[in-house]
Design a protein around this ligand. Structure first.
Ligand code: NAD
Length: 274
């Protein structure tokens, strides 16, 4: 049987670790080649370390072990020109893009960051970064005329009122993730005439380095009730796994979901139903 994504090329941001790596591996299992982008370096205002070049190499090794091709590119989603260059480099190596996963994002901000800096950086990465990613990839997909699928990564905190607390980082996270819903819906309109589907996924708290780090552990230890990271899911699970999100994305980008567009899909163990 042919793999569902055989011959497809996926452009994935934040692919060095966490959910992005999991998506890269899952789509490679389904037959796709991967253009894997990650900043692989620090952002001053963020309270925990970003991925490293070694992390990106690890993603590369895991995809190659599946017999698929991958180009790893260190680039910042905040930099529109760098994203266009990443698309050009990836396409020249692997061929035209069929799938875009705008997954890169940041979470908890450092106490050392100013409130405005924290708010701005959240929007720069989690919103402008998504915009830059799709703006870089979509023109080539439109011109090629072969359709495609785009998935934006939001959060449950982009669907409900929980999560903000008047601080720049938390408010910026919630605002940027709500804005991702809007981009997904409006881009579904923009790209439908070209048979390019656009959806967003909204994970509950997930077991990745964004959450599993010293800064978040200290926050929970200090102020569990006001952390803004209430992981009260309906189902009996604290943190979902990256693979749970990858499974939803693998379906969304496949022909099985060929008439699914403009949807904001929670992958949240019931968090948003509470
Ligand atoms: N982990 C959670 O609990 C959770 C819950 C809901 C939504 N999300 C979202 O899922 C997405 C993936 O996060 P994750 O859980 O895998 O966390 P993660 O920190 O493990 O992975 C995020 C990746 O994005 C990269 N990145 C960050 N800023 C970047 C930039 N400016 N340019 C390029 N790459 C950049 C990081 O280096 C890292 O490799 C994010 O958008 C996040 O907001 C996470």
């Amino acid at each position: 049987m042919t793999a569902p994504l055989e011959g497809k090329v996926a452009f994935i941001t934040g692919a060095a670790r966490g959910q992005g790596r999991s998506h890269a591996v899952r789509l490679a299992q389904d037959g796709a080649d991967v253009i894997a982008v990650d900043i692989c370096g620090p952002i001053d205002s963020v309270a925990y370390p970003m991925a490293t070049p070694e992390d990106l190499k690890q993603t590369k090794a895991q995809v190659e072990a599946l017999g698929r091709r991958i180009v790893g590119i260190e680039a910042d989603v905040r930099d529109a020109a760098a994203m266009r260059a990443a698309v050009a480099e990836g396409v020249s190596e692997l061929g035209p893009i069929d799938i875009v996963l705008a997954n890169a994002g940041i979470g908890m901000m450092s106490d050392d960051a100013g409130e405005e800096e924290a708010f701005r950086d959240q929007l720069e990465v989690n919103l402008f970064g998504v915009w830059n990613t799709v703006q870089a990839a979509a023109p080539g997909m439109i011109e090629r005329g072969r359709g495609g699928a785009v998935v934006l990564t939001g959060s449950t905190l982009g669907l409900v009122g929980r999560g903000g607390n008047g601080r720049g980082g938390s408010d910026g996270y919630c605002a940027s993730k709500h804005a991702v819903v809007g981009l997904g819906r409006t881009w579904a309109h923009w790209l439908a005439p070209y048979d390019i589907r656009v959806n967003s996924v909204h994970p509950a708290g997930a077991n990745t380095p964004m959450v599993m780090n010293d800064a978040v552990a200290a926050l929970f230890a200090d102020a569990p009730a006001s952390s803004g990271a209430d992981v009260g899911n309906l189902l009996n699970v604290g943190l979902i796994e990256a693979e749970d999100v990858s499974n939803a994305i693998a379906w969304l980008v496949s022909d099985q979901a060929r008439y699914v567009t403009g949807v904001a899909l929670p992958v949240d163990a019931g968090f948003t139903a509470r």
